[in-house]
Design a protein around this ligand. Sequence first.
Ligand SMILES: NC(=O)C1=CN([C@@H]2O[C@H](COP(=O)(O)OP(=O)(O)OC[C@H]3O[C@@H](n4cnc5c(N)ncnc54)[C@H](O)[C@@H]3O)[C@@H](O)[C@H]2O)C=CC1
Ligand SMILES: O=C(O)C(=O)COP(=O)(O)O
Length: 523
Amino acid sequence: MFHVLVSDSISSDGLAPLLNDENINVVQKKVSEVDDLEKYDALLVRSATKVTEELLQKMTNLKIVARAGVGVDNIDVEAATKYGVVVINAPDGNTISTAEHTFAMMASLVRHIPQANVSVKSGEWNRSAFLGTELYGKSLGIIGLGRIGSEIAKRAKAFGMNVLVFDPFLTKDRAQKLGVNSCKLDEVLAQADIITVHTPLTKETRGLLGKENIGKTKKGVYLLNCARGGIIDEEALIHYLEIGHVKGVALDVFEVEPPVNRKLLDFEQVIATPHLGASTKEAQLNVASQVAEEVLKFLNGKPVTNSINLPTLTKDIFDKIQPFYKLAKKLGQLASQYMKEPVQHIGIVYEGTVAELETSFITKAFLAGFLGERVDSTVNEVNAGLMAKERGISFSEKIASNGSGYANCIAVQVDGDHRTFSVKATYIPNYGERIVDLNGFDIDFYPAGEVLYVEHIDKPGVIGRVGKVLGDHGVNIATMQVGRKNIGGEAIMVLTCDKLIDDQLIEALVQFDDIVSAKTIHL
Ligand SMILES: NC(=O)C1=CN([C@@H]2O[C@H](COP(=O)(O)OP(=O)(O)OC[C@H]3O[C@@H](n4cnc5c(N)ncnc54)[C@H](O)[C@@H]3O)[C@@H](O)[C@H]2O)C=CC1
Ligand SMILES: O=C(O)C(=O)COP(=O)(O)O
């Protein structure tokens, strides 16, 4: 049974896939009202719940946080990554609703609709007080041309507006397709009659429209923020409203929600809504069903599509990657057990068909397998990269065109304080995983179970001695492979055994002159 906590108001219709699953227990309560936080596997939120490191520490069984919406600035993604918790969102379920809300705010702003509404309802009929401005022919500055910004651009063009865009990640091609003018930020600021922001809230965008940049705008400019409080600095806004530089402002979001800055709201020319961008029946159903289906897939061990801290994999790609993912995890376990010493660097080279897949995910699987053998805390592919860095282990991955001769090959080199370990492996469909090279020795074995790895001199009788020692200790040999570089030179033996190999057996083996070392590895 999985336990899912839904801590913000999320559409019940959208949650149906979770609510109707008999293996899932869904609790709909605020985090502050729950006293057994440690039992939940999944947490579903909107923007109200703050998923802090402190909360994550209390939710010791948590595996996934799902944001039924876009912005994840209320989630400490870095801390979630550290604790191995996957963070997903519903990136496009509320795009249209937010774009429409922004447009409604823009029209309301330039035609004074909220103020006129209050006036008429209070018994006035003051037509001259509400002289407006047309949108037609005006320049609209859009800062951030992602999903929402693009939908606004399309609507602005339909209204006959000239669209100026600042987005450092906007390609010429895309700008051309959307029929917008890609500009520098200063050009947008200097030329736009109306400016609307549609970026996420990040270190770079916090205060993007602050004292300096608002000062670069046209006198009489209109500003809108239906993205995140803080992208427009509220104190700077107050200053430019007071001196009459900014003509009007529409805000759906605030630095603190609900807003505490009464001074800003008291301006007649500031209109506001309580973070309603995504609040439509359609958007709420969309985002709730998107995250519910994703969480269900995740809890059933399937890939998720919209992860913030994991590579995004479709089912098709996941199916292709899965054998390599499993193999890489085993290689990580193998390398870690072989190397029982501090490691500085792990280099992974992908060749053939595996090189065409999302290799960063496979690398993380290797690291998870490797670190899982050495750290107490839960390590998985979400936090493996971060944990490796924290432990001073650097890692790199490369794609090589060919070399091994196999249809696919994962080659790993682990550099330790005193020695280096290398392994090459391949996956053969309908046959399985094979280790094909260990420390430069040609070999061919299926990596599973109890493995005995022996380094020895290639001499007659050594194999027989090893077999006898195992027999004397009651250990049955399942498979046995030998590899050597030259006749009579260094050689290795890899045996898979049906029983755990104890220290006494290892000691008995290394007493022979021709046996250099013997190790057990459990896969
Ligand atoms: N008011 C509301 O209810 C809602 C608010 N939002 C907010 O709107 C934001 C945008 O949503 P989407 O369009 O879906 O996201 P998106 O990720 O599709 O688009 C964001 C765009 O901002 C651009 N960008 C990033 N840093 C920038 C910078 N420093 N300067 C200029 N552009 C920059 C990116 O290149 C990207 O094109 C979300 O992050 C969220 O905070 C989203 C949905 C509802
Ligand atoms: O999706 C977003 O980023 C939003 O801002 C919507 O927030 P909400 O889910 O309405 O609290």
